[in-house]
Write a protein that binds this ligand. Structure first.
Ligand SMILES: Cc1cc2nc3c(=O)[nH]c(=O)nc-3n(C[C@H](O)[C@H](O)[C@H](O)COP(=O)(O)O)c2cc1C
Length: 431
């Protein structure tokens, strides 16, 4: 990546420069202009608000990488939009470093950025690239006209995607800058995505689906697992797999990578050994093992009565997976009851409504009718909804836990822990 730069810029709308941005008849330019002139806040401070969006987008996709936010991204972007930028920090001095940084906003890229940009170009095996709004070398409306522009892995559009974003075929397209005042939203008819929580940026998909002769080329969908270069070493991994799990799980939760980083697949098998697998939510883990809740009469409920289960989780942005195999038993009824009553009332009713895994002879209406009937029965919120006996928790006590970490060239890390006589031993498996 380019070294992190800190440039605070003051700008004013000057006459449009004869650069590609001038051809922007698209709606995006006036929106941007409006956005940056909104409220009387300090301009430099305003430039920082949208700068959070790129950092959040990058942090969301590559949570473990130490990327700096480059305020100069924004400055460059404004420069290409025809603003006259006055760089006030760092001060223009004769020192080569500062001089080099400041003059990036004037004319063609200068050393060392000309070389760095070359290294990022297609065919040069570039590292991961995140571009803001308009990748370097692209026409802001028409995309990479010259074929010589950067091919970013991630495009972060601020406020609204520029026309050129239609030509983006990288994997991750984010839109950022949630603080768009309602007046601007109305004026430009902006349909902004739903930003979760305090997020400044949100993934809006990408055009990444690779095609061959107009058909989706499934075989060519792949990741290089380059971000996993740190991997998982014996020295880093805790000798206790439950502690190691806690570490990875907490990291996945903290990074806010998904709404439910506790999603996991649970496999079971029937009396003939036929396997089946489905997703559930991990609802707790401690020194005993891993807990989830379900319907004891469901297909999985019946199959798990053989006392065996396997779990699998994958946190894709971290390129980490955990596999667990072990015995499976019901948690004590008091534990199930306590959890049942901690759930929202609607979910409690859902457990009563659904005879999980059975066929609905009369379609969805059957469910809706049952729900309505129970809602009436429990309309009085002070009336406790009893936990049905067929609903409760399962505890998977692990006999083996494997930690998988993606690494380049498919040479992934696999550390498998196995329990023997109450002690954990560990071995490294081939990827
Ligand atoms: C993300 C996700 C989380 C789920 N969590 C649960 C859960 O915690 N418990 C559950 O019984 N079913 C859960 N389900 C539904 C199951 O995947 C499955 O449809 C259901 O348990 C019936 O499976 P079975 O017929 O094999 O028993 C979840 C599904 C998804 C996609």
């Amino acid at each position: 990546m380019l070294p992190a730069q800190l440039l605070a810029a003051r700008w004013k709308a000057g006459p449009r420069l004869p650069v590609q941005a001038c051809s922007m008849a698209s709606k995006a330019a006036p929106i941007d202009e409006h956005q940056v002139s909104y409220l009387g806040a300090e301009q430099a401070a305003k430039s920082r608000v949208p700068a959070y969006s790129p950092s959040q987008s990058v942090g969301h996709r590559w949570p473990r990488q130490q990327w700096g936010v480059m305020d100069s991204w924004l400055a460059r972007h404004l420069h290409h939009f025809g603003y006259k930028l006055q760089v006030c920090y760092p001060k223009q001095t004769d020192k080569p470093l500062y001089h080099g940084l400041v003059t990036q906003l004037q004319g063609a890229p200068k050393p060392p950025f000309d070389k760095i940009l070359d290294m990022l170009k297609p065919g040069a095996h570039p590292p991961i690239i995140a571009s803001v709004d308009c990748p370097s070398g692209w026409h802001v409306d028409n995309g990479d006209e010259s074929g010589d522009g950067l091919r970013p892995d991630m495009l972060i559009s601020l406020t609204a995607p520029k026309n050129g974003a239609r030509h983006f075929d990288g994997k991750f397209h984010y839109v950022g800058g949630r603080f768009v005042p309602p007046s601007i939203q109305e004026k430009y008819g902006l349909q902004l995505p739903k930003y979760p929580g305090a997020a400044m940026a949100v993934k809006i998909g990408s055009n990444a689906a690779p095609k061959q002769n107009g058909k989706l080329d499934v075989a060519s969908i792949r990741d290089t697992y380059e971000d996993g270069s740190q991997g998982l070493s014996e020295a880093d991994a805790d000798a206790d797999p439950l502690k190691q799990f806690d570490k990875w799980f907490q990291e996945a939760v903290k990074a806010n990578i998904y709404k439910e980083p506790n999603q996991m697949a649970i496999a079971s098998s029937d009396a003939e050994g036929n396997p089946s697998v489905r997703m559930v939510l991990l609802k707790g883990y401690d020194e005993r093992g891993f807990v989830f809740y379900s319907n004891y009469d469901s297909r999985k409920g019946k199959e798990l009565s053989n006392g065996k289960a396997a779990l699998c989780m994958y946190w894709e942005p971290f390129q980490r997976s955990v596999r667990i195999e072990g015995s499976c038993e019901r948690v004590p009824p008091e534990e199930s009851t306590a959890y049942f009553h901690s759930r929202p009332r609607g979910s409690q009713l859902g457990a009563l409504v659904s005879k999980q895994s059975t066929v609905l002879q009369n379609g969805r209406q059957e469910l809706e009718d049952r729900k309505k009937q129970l809602e009436q029965e429990y309309a009085d919120e002070s009336k406790e909804i009893p936990r049905p006996e067929h609903w409760g928790g399962y505890l998977v006590r692990p006999k083996s836990i494997e930690f998988w970490h993606g690494r380049p060239s498919r040479l992934h890390d696999r550390l498998q822990y196995m329990q023997e006589n109450g002690k954990w031993t560990r071995q490294r498996l081939s990827p």
